[in-house]
Design a protein around this ligand. Structure first.
Ligand code: FES
Ligand SMILES: [Fe+2]
Length: 415
């Protein structure tokens, strides 16, 4: 695992820090080229939702867990993509793998999913034993044992290994694709952002708390809220705005993914080029979008890993994993993290960002507006939606070798 001080500062991240310094010195915000608009139907139309399901959630690698959630010799159910999946890590080779969580005998789930809003947790195990008739599988998916095997005349056990799904791990994240296919490379998928995550030390973090809840809003409404700093001054006026500069953001594109530095007031007070994560997070909150549905938000001393899943056109399944540095995971730190968790998850995210998304969903369903208007401070929202359209029409693929953009002014015409 990479320690933040051991990984070299990536040139792309250094460039972002320079741009933050320039904005601070000049007092000029980076904006898009042009305002734009979005049809509201894309948040309410079941046909559009079906296309997203098939093209995005069906075909793209998606973050299923932080690496620390899956210790060696364990299995973890993951069902947020709408099909039962189990992640395993065998003690022998330490590799993370994914399979359909479906027994090859008669289809029972091998590992129980989380119940209600209680997120699933990894179960220590040497093998997967089906709770129905005890067919047993190695953690690499091979069928090891069938009870009364002699009664399955002529059925070749080699044909009954678990159905594997593409899965790979990099920089502390486990990626899964819900449709079987060839092996994937998570590092190739991230197009350089894995180096940013390594420098920030994501792999070395550990879980403090995880929430898994479903709200009545299209998943893109919560995503939109993390793609612009324009709302922080108003929506978060009494919570986090006191720490942030008003809409000073640096964005870097890596294919459809994005890294941003959302400037904090401290950057305008005293700016020293940061040498490590802690120093950088005092000046700005690094925020990554791992297209299509994962966000990482680097607060001053902890990280929010958020998956926004889409069980229905008007629902978002919000999976927020709060990650902390292991040296602060002792019992004496618990009150600090409990208080932090209440502020960020319950107040800032649930009441403010998600509460807004739910209100917007109701507003859009009313038919009052047929378009949304977006200004040049919201250009990344437009770009995100263009990415979704391109993924749906097949011009954007998860492993297309799109060059990394570094322009401060991406095209922002309406889709
Ligand atoms: S369904 Fe799994 S052993 Fe029968
Ligand atoms: Fe927000």
């Amino acid at each position: 695992m990479n320690h933040p001080l051991e990984a070299p500062l990536p040139a792309t991240l250094a460039g972002m820090i320079d741009r933050l310094d320039q904005q601070r010195r000049s007092g000029r915000r980076e904006t898009g080229d042009a305002a734009g608009s979005l049809p509201t139907r894309r948040y309410t139309d079941p046909a559009h939702w079906q296309r997203e399901q098939a093209a995005l959630f069906g075909q793209w690698p998606v973050v299923a867990a932080h690496s620390s959630e899956l210790p060696a010799g364990s299995a973890l159910a993951f069902d947020a993509l709408g099909v039962p999946i189990v992640l395993t890590r065998s003690a022998e080779d330490g590799r993370a793998r994914a399979f359909f969580n479906v027994c090859r005998h008669r289809g029972m789930a091998l590992v129980a999913a989380g119940a209600g809003s209680e997120p699933a947790q990894a179960k220590p195990c040497k093998a997967l034993v089906c709770p129905y008739h005890a067919w047993t599988y190695e953690l690499d998916g091979r069928l090891r044992h069938r009870l009364h095997a002699e009664t399955f005349d002529g059925i070749d056990p080699a044909m009954l290994n678990l159905v594997e799904l593409p899965c790979d791990e990099t920089a502390g994240l486990i990626f899964v694709q819900r449709t079987p296919g060839p092996a994937i490379s998570a590092a190739a998928f991230l197009q350089g952002l894995d180096e940013h995550l390594q420098w920030l030390g994501l792999a070395g973090m550990t879980v403090f708390r995880k929430v898994d809840r479903t709200y009545a809003a299209n998943w893109k409404l919560t995503a939109d809220a993390f793609l612009e700093g324009y709302h922080i001054r108003v929506l978060h006026r009494d919570t986090i705005y006191p720490f942030f500069a008003d809409a000073f953001v640096v964005n870097l594109h890596a294919g459809p993914h994005q890294d941003s530095l959302v400037a904090r007031r401290a950057a305008f007070e005293a700016f020293e080029p940061p040498r490590d994560r802690v120093a950088l997070c005092k000046l700005a909150s690094p925020t990554q979008l791992l297209f299509p549905n994962t966000f990482l938000i680097w607060h001053p001393d902890y990280v929010s890993l958020i998956g926004m899943f889409s069980p229905a056109v008007d629902q978002v399944r919000w999976v927020h994993t709060m990650l902390i540095p292991p040296e602060r995971s002792g019992a004496d730190w618990t009150p600090h993290w409990e208080k932090t968790f209440r502020l960020i998850e319950q107040t800032v995210f649930q009441q403010e960002d998600i509460g807004t998304a739910v209100a917007i969903q109701r507003g859009l369903a009313s038919g009052a507006n047929t378009t949304m208007q977006l200004g040049r401070l919201e250009h990344e929202v437009l770009r995100f939606h263009r990415g979704i359209d391109a993924a749906i029409d097949g011009t954007l693929l998860p492993f297309s070798a799109a060059p990394t953009e570094s322009s401060s002014a991406p095209p922002s015409a309406a889709p």
